[in-house]
Ligand binder design. Structure first.
Ligand code: GLU
Length: 475
């Protein structure tokens, strides 16, 4: 007997899991989450995590999608111990297929697509599950062409196909509803359910952890495993990821492609933390966890059955918690590529000066682009310089006074001194209205209505630059 039947007892206890993405599109956030749960389960048990690219659909699979998927997962740090590509295993699939045909557990079906349509319509009319029941399993009808290879599923055996899902508990399907399921287009072209089972058997996969959209494939895969004389693995079907309105997560809820999260500049540890909580709650309800903590606490049995809501606000909150753990030096290092991209500078000293005021407001690294005024001169409409309770003349006067203060302060423009001087100015010349002084100064320096405190901006920019911006505003 081939496959698991041959595996000795010791070996069969070994935990081996796999992630089996189809490279028919770029890496989706849902795929990342499924990969993560497999990876966490493997790492928790110090077991083997296998990456298997399921590229048997030759029309839809593309090498660039494979590359995008693998690069994204590697970026996140989800490393694998073994790697396979399904398209390179066709000979193995063929070996099993030939055997099933020889043993008459599989057969060539000669029914055409049109005939199957008619059968299906009939079944729908009778409120039966649509399926194909072949009436000429081992006879070759004259003048007809072979269509597809199917598994001979005994219709008359009134049996239930059941499995104990590690997340959802016992699940049962009526055997009658399945029919003679298709295995391969021909000996060289296996279909999804067959290739998956052969590979899971050959790779001695102990647990299949995948999205709940695959539940309906599971009884078929159990029947195929049975026909191969193998024991099916244990199954764990993860709950769907839902958008805020509880419908299946889609583009209109926000980014679904993983690249967008990489480009936004979330830290891998923050994304792992957030995605791990999509359907899993650790003991003690702690929400901010390091990767090591997640690995040590992770349990498949604690994964919820109900859909997991993807909440962007929560992602940003978790991201902030992870950014807080970075020192200024580390944060500067991480910001560097984003600053270079937006402002074309790698000036480490400047970046280090920007970090303390920027970190207060950053939810993810790419938001550094909102701090453009640290890196280039602001552009704004001169109307914006005017404080709501004042006018043009007031704004001009305030800026001229600030200019004087800064010039007179010489090299002593510590934040506290400057603040005292500006407050005094507001008190003495603007009837105590601080806005009349701070507002035009903020706009002159940043071109923005909202920004960190203008005093902290003054201390990041050079004195020359500050005075330049103020003169320009006065003009
Ligand atoms: N290639 C399948 C998919 O991407 C894998 C399903 C499975 O894990 O069995 O959906």
């Amino acid at each position: 007997m081939l496959g698991w039947g041959m595996v000795n007892k010791e070996k069969s206890k070994e935990i081996r899991v796999r992630m089996a993405p189809s490279p028919t599109g770029n890496l989706h956030i849902g795929t990342v989450r499924t990969t993560l749960f497999n990876w966490l389960f493997a790492r928790h048990h110090q077991a083997t995590f296998i990456m298997r690219i399921e590229d048997t659909d030759r029309d839809r699979s593309k090498p660039e999608f494979e590359q995008n998927i693998l690069e994204g997962l590697e970026w996140l740090g989800l490393s694998w111990d073994e790697f396979y590509r399904q398209s390179e295993r066709v000979e193995i699939h063929k070996k099993y297929l030939t055997r099933l045909l020889e043993e008459k557990k599989a057969f060539w079906c000669y029914h055409t697509v049109e005939e199957l349509e008619v059968e299906k319509e009939e079944q729908m009319k009778n409120k039966e599950a649509p399926r194909h029941i072949c009436d000429h399993k081992y006879t070759i009808p004259e003048g007809r062409e072979r269509q597809i290879i199917r598994l001979a599923v005994d219709e008359k055996a009134d049996r239930a196909i059941s499995f104990n899902d590690l997340i959802r508990g016992p699940i049962e399907f009526e055997g009658r509803t399945i029919g003679d399921l298709s295995l391969a287009k021909d000996e060289d072209t296996p279909l999804y359910n067959f290739a998956v089972v052969v590979d899971d058997v050959e790779m001695r996969i102990s647990h299949v952890i995948r999205g709940e959209d695959h539940i309906n494939n599971t009884p078929k895969q159990i029947l195929i495993a049975e026909a191969l004389g193998a024991v099916a693995p244990q199954f764990a079907h993860l709950p769907l990821i839902l958008g805020s309105d509880r419908s299946k997560l889609s583009k209109r809820h926000g980014a679904t492609m993983f690249d967008e999260y990489i480009q936004a500049g979330y830290l891998p540890a923050a994304l792992i933390n957030f995605l791990a909580l999509l359907g899993w709650t650790p003991e003690g309800d702690q929400e901010v966890l390091s990767v090591e903590e997640i690995i040590s606490k992770f349990e498949l049995e604690k994964v919820h059955k109900s859909g997991a809501i993807f909440d962007n606000k929560k992602l940003n909150w978790i991201s902030v918690q992870h950014l807080k753990k970075l020192s200024d030096e580390e944060l500067a290092e991480k910001l560097m590529p984003f600053i270079e991209k937006h402002f074309g500078t790698q000036d480490k000293n400047l970046i280090l000066k920007v970090v303390p005021s920027a970190r207060e407001r950053l939810e993810y690294l790419d938001q550094i682009k909102e701090f453009h005024y640290f890196f280039k001169k602001p552009e704004y409409d001169s109307e914006l310089l005017v404080w709501k309770k004042s006018d043009k003349t007031g704004a001009k006067k305030a800026l001229e006074e600030v200019q004087k203060i800064l010039t007179d302060l010489g090299d002593e423009w510590g934040e506290a001194t400057l603040k005292a001087e500006l407050d005094k100015l507001a008190q003495e010349q603007f009837g105590g209205d601080r806005g009349a002084v701070y507002w035009p100064l903020r706009v002159a320096l940043t071109g923005e209505k909202f920004s960190p405190d203008p005093i902290s901006i003054v201390s990041v920019l050079t004195k020359e630059e500050v005075l330049n911006r103020i003169s320009k505003a006065i003009r």
